[in-house]
Design a protein around this ligand. Structure first.
Ligand SMILES: [Zn+2]
Length: 391
């Protein structure tokens, strides 16, 4: 057994310890100490990282796991180190402190989502960039999420104490637990004063104020229930700072103050709609002129042309008008790889089925009008052969 110092005090960052066992675990080595401040991965909280200082060497602990009460400090190399050596075990405090914020924030969110909406937490995971809570309910409405976030941040600002209790099984009833304990012995309860009491073996802040801001960043359907993704502490602050600078950059583009950004966007959208309407009207007039110009180039009973700049609706009107005014079968290749064709004399749907493949044309439509995609490169030869084939 390793004596778990982090269970009594999550703020102890280092300890002296004796190496009692060295195990080979494939490409890593596991060092077991008689006592440790390293938290081993469990209950959704990641295992600690840090260093073991032995003699003159500094071994980097890349992960911490647990095996039957023994805390395994995983290192990539431990040459010259063996059982009986004494070391200084030092955790990566930045990493752990961050996990403590996420973990305490998770307890508060789970308690609040239960008190506000009666939703139970099915599981929780504290990731290295974002953390998740899986609930037994439908995704929450946006205003419900806002209420939840507001409540948890209010509790952060109220700076309530977080304490661990070690009751025996008979004493459990008096605590009013949010969920029951999975173990019968060595029970450890985490109480967040006035907010929550739940069994947990993880590391937590000493008061809710240490959690820092809590930000819910996503809520979606997940495995028959829903999943909340959140950031706490430094992570949330970083996200707010990034958003703030993005809002300032956007406000600079709109030449307005950040607080006026919403109004400025609405104004510009309205202006854009007006411009689009005017451009549409001019475009329709211009299309009539272009059809008249193209009409002079139509020779014979079929006409194929390319207009990469056309939008679908323009191509449709152009093709139909040119067909009606010239009487010829018309095919317009437009955009990157699209076509539209109209004819009064050829059953284009049947023609496309029987001969379209020879020209890389795929699509469909009714008899006198078809649309689709072009998969062959458009060359002068392709245009000429296609016009001949449409006769
Ligand atoms: Zn916990």
């Amino acid at each position: 057994m390793t004596q778990r110092l982090e269970q009594k005090d999550a703020f102890v960052q280092s300890c002296r310890a004796e190496i009692v066992e060295v195990r080979n675990c494939g490409d890593r080595w596991a060092l077991v100490l008689n006592q440790s401040v390293f938290y081993p991965e469990s209950g959704g909280q990641l295992g600690d990282r840090g260093t073991l200082r032995v003699h003159e060497a500094e071994l980097e602990v890349v992960d911490t796991q647990i095996d039957d009460g023994r805390v395994l400090h995983l290192v990539k190399d431990c040459t010259g180190v063996g059982a009986g050596d004494v070391c200084e075990a030092v955790i990566d405090w930045g990493f752990r402190r961050d996990q403590m914020s996420q973990h305490t924030g998770q307890h508060m969110l789970s308690a609040d989502v239960f008190s506000l909406f009666g939703a139970e937490t099915v599981s929780a995971r504290l990731g290295s960039t974002a953390s998740t809570i899986d609930l037994d309910c439908e995704p929450l409405e946006p205003n419900a999420l806002q209420d939840l976030q507001a409540l948890v941040n209010e509790q952060v600002m109220n700076d309530k104490a977080v304490r661990a209790h070690y009751p025996d099984k008979a004493q459990l009833d008096q605590y009013g637990l949010r969920r029951s304990s999975k173990v019968d012995t060595n029970i450890r309860l985490i109480e967040i004063e006035g907010i929550d009491v739940t069994p947990c073996g993880g590391t937590h802040c000493a008061a809710t104020g240490q959690v820092g801001p809590v930000m819910i960043i996503a809520n979606q359907r997940y495995k028959g229930g829903s999943r909340i993704t959140f950031l706490a502490g430094r992570r949330a602050l970083d996200r707010y700072e990034t958003r703030d600078s993005q809002i300032h950059a956007a406000a600079d583009l709109f030449k307005c103050a950040p607080d006026e950004l919403h109004e400025a966007i609405l104004r510009q959208q309205a202006e854009l709609r007006k411009v689009q309407e005017r451009v549409g009207a001019y475009r329709a007039k211009l299309l009539d002129v272009e059809v008249a110009e193209e009409l002079s180039r139509v020779q014979g009973t079929s006409h194929v042309l390319i207009r990469p700049e056309f939008e679908p609706e323009e191509a449709r009107r152009f093709s139909r008008q040119l067909q009606e005014q010239s009487g010829a079968s018309v095919l317009v290749a437009y955009g990157q790889d699209r076509f539209i064709a109209d004819s009064a004399s050829v059953d284009l749907a049947r023609w496309l089925k029987q001969r379209g493949g020879m020209f890389g044309l795929r699509g469909g439509g009714r008899g006198s009008h078809v649309e689709g995609m072009i998969s062959e490169p458009i060359t002068p030869e392709w245009l000429k052969n296609l016009a001949d084939a449409l006769l």
